[in-house]
Design a protein around this ligand. Sequence first.
Ligand code: ADP
Ligand code: MN
Ligand code: MN
Ligand code: MN
Length: 333
Amino acid sequence: MVYKAEYLWLDGNTPSAHLRSKTKVIADGDTPPIWGFDGSSTQQAEGDSSDVVLNPVLTVADPIRGGNNVIVMNETLLPDMSPHPSNTRAACEAASNTYSKYDTWFGIEQEYTFFDGNAPLGWPEGGFPAPQGDYYCAVGSDVIFGRDIVEEHMDACIEAGLHIAGINAEVMPGQWEFQIGPVAAPQVADELWIARWLLSRISENYGVTVSLAAKPVQGDWNGAGAHTNFSTNEMRENYDACIAAAEALGTKTTEHIAAYGAGIEDRLTGLHETASYKDFSYGVSDRGASIRIPWQVARDKKGYIEDRRPNANVDPYMSTRMIIETVCGAASR
Ligand code: ADP
Ligand code: MN
Ligand code: MN
Ligand code: MN
């Protein structure tokens, strides 16, 4: 007999990579092998040397097809088996290995917005819903849009064995969040990309699309972020290491903002629970700071901190790599 393996990878789209996938039918007993695709159709190659290699990095149960079918996250390689230029995972894995003694964990809060055609799901035709205030974590069909998809997606993530930590309705109507973690990099990013794929795939069945845009609606509406909570083993033991991590992030603000997703200037305005991308600040319980120290962490004098800057459309291989290099780099000096 055979099973189906859905191979996922990131394309060469700029400024944000998109997910692509195709199916391989594999004999029972065989593991998903190295495979390939036509890079000239994904902005990853010229037509005359178009082969790009798919190298499996994480295989999980496929909750869409069920049975013994699987989803396979891949990194892209050149035919000589070196990382493809669009492969951001290789550098993430290298940073994680370089600083493995810090045992860094990440918990990423993925915000996103459902769209029904050109408007967020649940928004009135050609107009706007009531202003923000009653939507966050709400109940009721006048304020909640898309819950069936959200529930189905959460169950799918659990069935796939992803480390999904929870879900919640967000501040803007039609906007939601799920969290993946705490897990080490690059696995947390592998899992987040699979969870993103599952969300769009399940939404197909509802005729709805998923936007990771940082500011899906201009004006007085919240943007969508990917708050990135992280800890090293030192931070999980002592508060000074948590403060040192926040201080270290403050020394590399330009580099981090550049790696945190397209359109970040439109989202980090200083309004709507953000700090301006031009400023850097950290504080206990402060949702208007770049970095928030959760109140329990200040009380327990150990734990983790939250980088609130990454966009919903961030490549988590890039954001986690930057955090590891900056925070662990400073800690080891
Ligand atoms: P918020 O209060 O900002 O909405 P959430 O509850 O949505 O926070 O997300 C917090 C995330 O932090 C979760 O994914 C959780 O798994 C993660 N987390 C908890 N402890 C740690 C830790 N020690 N290191 C890294 N991440 C952590
Ligand atoms: Mn959250
Ligand atoms: Mn949120
Ligand atoms: Mn948060």
